[in-house]
Design a protein around this ligand. Structure first.
Ligand SMILES: Cc1cc2nc3c(=O)[nH]c(=O)nc-3n(C[C@H](O)[C@H](O)[C@H](O)COP(=O)(O)OP(=O)(O)OC[C@H]3O[C@@H](n4cnc5c(N)ncnc54)[C@H](O)[C@@H]3O)c2cc1C
Length: 371
C-alpha cells in the first residue's frame, strides 16, 4: 500500500497527529500493534495542558475530551512526606484521571471521526523501517509492505522509527530517565474523590509513590524512580505497600486488581535530535516526559499537533530532507524542551538532596499551606 504519511502508534501522540492532519488531502495510515481500547502503564492523570493543547487546535476537540464520561475530576494534589506530614496544591486548570484504556480510545475515536480519510490499521506491528526509492518502506508483522513519503514515530519509548532511521535507541538507563510501575486497587477508604496523592518515602527518597483515584472505588497506585538509582522498581513498590510506615496502613484492607505493570519514562529537557530525512518523532519516542511530575500525555499531544504542521509544510514544499524538518524540532525545543529544562535541573537537586522536599513539605504542613 502507498501512503503520503505513515504514523506509527495511535496513543496520544499518534491520535493527535492524525486529528491535526484533518484539513489536508494527504493519504495517511495510522498504525498500531494493538487493538483499541488497549491498556498502557500510566498513572492515568491527564494533565490540564492536554486540554489546552487540544483547544488551541479546535475548542470543540477539547470540549469533546473534557465532557467524556469515564473520568474522575481532580481539583488538587496532596503531597505527603515520609513523616506523614502533608501539604496540597490546587490545580488552576481543568484536569481529570481516566484509565488509559478509556482515554486513549476516546482520543483515537475523536481523531477517526474528525479525520475520516485516515486509514487506521490496528493489530499491525511495524517490524522494519527503511529508505527506498519512493521514500520510506515499512514491513509489518503480517508481511505487508507500506510505503510513504514521510513517517512519524509516535511509537513510544522503544520507538522502532527512532531505532531504524535515527540509528539510535533511547538509552533508558542513563541518568534522568525513570521507570515506574502501577497497579489498580479497590477499597482504599482514605482517598478523596477529587484529590490525587503523592508520597515521599524514606527508603527510596529519590522516587515517588502515588495514589490517583478513579471512578467506582478504584485507584491507580504506583511508584517511579530514576533508573540510575539501581532500585528494582517493582520490588520497591511491593515492599513499600507492605512495610512503609505511612503507606502500609492505608493498604491494610485494600484489594489489588490485576497485575503490576511498568514501563520506562523517557524524560525531556535536552535538545535531542527528533527529526531526520523523511521522519519526525513525537511524544515518548522524542523523549518528552516532564522531569519531576513524570507526565507525558500533554507533551505527546502538543508534539503531535506540531508534527502535523510540519507535515503540511513538507508537502507544500515537496521537500522531506532533515533541513526542511528543522522548524518542527526548533518548535519542540523552543517550547516543550525549554519548559522541561528547568524541571530537569530541579530534579537533579531533588535527587542529590532528597531530604529537601521532605523538609519543605514538613514546613508547609506546619504553616498549614493547602491543608
Ligand atoms: C507507570 C507510568 C506512569 C505514568 N503516568 C503518567 C500520568 O499519570 N500522566 C501523564 O501525563 N503521563 C504519564 N506517564 C507517561 C505517559 O504514559 C506517556 O508519556 C504517554 O503515553 C506518551 O504517549 P505516546 O503517544 O508518545 O506513546 P504511547 O502512549 O506509549 O503510545 C505508543 C503507541 O505505539 C504503539 N507501538 C509501539 N511500537 C509499535 C510498532 N512497532 N508498530 C506499531 N505500533 C507500535 C503502541 O502499541 C502504543 O499504542 C506515565 C508513564 C508510566 C510508564
Amino acid at each position: 500500500m502507498k501512503y503520503d504519511v505513515i504514523i506509527v502508534g495511535a496513543g496520544p501522540a499518534g491520535a493527535s497527529t492524525a486529528l491535526a492532519l484533518k484539513n489536508t488531502n494527504l493519504k495517511v495510515a495510522l498504525i498500531d500493534k494493538q487493538q483499541f481500547p488497549r491498556d498502557k502503564a500510566c498513572g492515568d492523570a491527564i494533565p490540564g495542558q492536554t486540554f489546552i493543547a487540544l483547544a488551541k487546535l479546535n475548542p470543540k476537540y477539547a470540549e469533546a475530551i473534557k465532557s467524556f464520561k469515564k473520568k474522575q475530576s481532580i481539583k488538587k494534589t496532596l503531597f505527603v512526606n515520609w513523616n506523614g506530614k502533608s501539604t496540597s496544591k490546587t490545580w488552576k486548570h481543568f484536569t481529570y484521571n481516566s484509565t488509559r484504556t478509556d482515554f486513549d480510545a476516546e482520543l483515537l475515536k475523536l481523531a477517526l471521526e474528525e479525520n475520516k480519510k485516515i486509514d487506521f490499521l490496528p493489530e499491525t506491528k511495524i517490524k522494519q523501517v527503511s529508505y527506498v526509492a519512493e521514500g520510506i518502506s515499512c514491513l509489518t508483522d503480517k508481511k505487508n509492505e507500506l510505503t510513504a513519503g514521510l513517517i512519524i514515530g509516535c511509537d513510544g519509548a522503544h520507538s522502532i522509527v527512532k531505532k531504524e532511521l535515527l540509528k539510535t535507541k533511547t538509552d533508558l538507563k542513563i541518568e534522568m530517565n525513570c521507570t515506574a510501575v502501577r497497579q489498580y486497587y479497590t477499597g482504599l477508604k482514605h482517598t478523596k474523590s477529587e484529590q490525587n496523592e503523592v508520597y515521599l518515602t524514606k527508603k527510596y527518597p529519590s522516587g515517588y509513590f502515588w495514589i490517583f483515584p478513579l471512578k467506582n472505588d478504584i485507584s491507580n497506585v504506583g511508584f517511579g524512580i530514576e533508573n540510575n538509582s539501581g532500585v528494582n522498581v517493582r520490588a520497591a513498590f511491593e515492599e513499600l505497600l507492605k512495610s512503609d510506615k505511612v503507606l502500609a496502613p492505608l493498604f491494610k484492607n485494600a484489594t489489588p486488581l490485576g497485575r503490576v505493570i511498568g514501563a520506562p519514562l523517557p524524560l525531556g529537557g535536552s535538545d535531542n535530535q527528533i527529526i531526520g530525512n523523511r521522519f519526525l518523532l513525537c511524544g515518548d519516542a522524542a523523549s518528552l516526559v516532564a522531569p519531576i511530575s513524570g507526565s507525558g500525555i500533554d507533551n505527546a499531544v502538543y508534539s503531535g499537533i506540531m508534527a502535523a504542521k510540519q507535515v503540511n509544510s513538507c508537502f507544500k514544499q515537496a521537500r522531506f530532507d532533515s533541513d526542511v524538518m528543522k522548524p518542527y524540532q526548533d518548535e519542540v525545543h523552543g517550547t516543550l524542551t525549554k519548559t522541561m529544562r528547568s524541571n530537569k535541573t530541579k530534579m537533579k537537586i531533588i535527587t542529590m538532596y532528597p531530604w529537601l522536599m521532605n523538609w519543605l513539605i514538613g514546613i508547609l504542613h506546619r504553616f498549614k499551606f493547602g491543608n
